[in-house]
Design a binder for this molecule. Structure first.
Ligand SMILES: [Zn+2]
Length: 141
């Protein structure tokens, strides 16, 4: 069964990331979307352990790392589940993401749904998309 999720950025950062996983646990997660109002340059892009947003990113804890690995780049074999590498922000403050990750899942015990993406000291929760309506709209794009 396909699971889709979304991470919506509100406040200083604006935009959304869509997480799509078409197959079961082994399916690649495809992340697409756009974030605006970022500072120019390379930004680390990570999923943090907690979705607790009550105190900015302070309660989000460290990178999601259920297998007790060492932090790494997205192309490294040894990395946290939450390590998605860097995204590049243009001078207009916009980052466009379109990447596939084999080490991330939306299924089961190690799902990243309910965890958070942190950027520029703000954290944003990853939520499962409504199965009936929004999912179809995105697939039909
Ligand atoms: Zn990490």
């Amino acid at each position: 069964m396909a699971i889709n999720a979304v991470c919506i950025f509100m406040g200083n950062l604006i935009g959304s990331l869509i997480f799509l996983q078409q197959q079961t646990h082994d399916g690649v997660v495809h992340v697409t979307g756009q974030i605006r109002n970022l500072s120019e340059g390379e930004h680390g892009f990570h999923i943090h352990k907690s979705g607790d947003l009550r105190n900015g990113c302070m309660n989000a804890n460290s990178h999601y790392n259920p297998f007790n690995k060492t932090h790494g780049a997205s192309e490294d074999e040894e990395k946290h589940v939450g390590d998605l590498g860097n995204m590049f922000v243009e001078s207009n403050g916009v980052a466009v993401l379109d990447a596939k990750f084999e080490h991330v899942t939306l299924h089961g015990h190690y799902s990243v749904i309910g965890r958070s993406v942190v950027n520029e000291m703000q954290s944003y929760i990853i939520k499962e998309l409504d199965k009936n309506t929004k999912t179809k709209a995105i697939e039909g794009k």
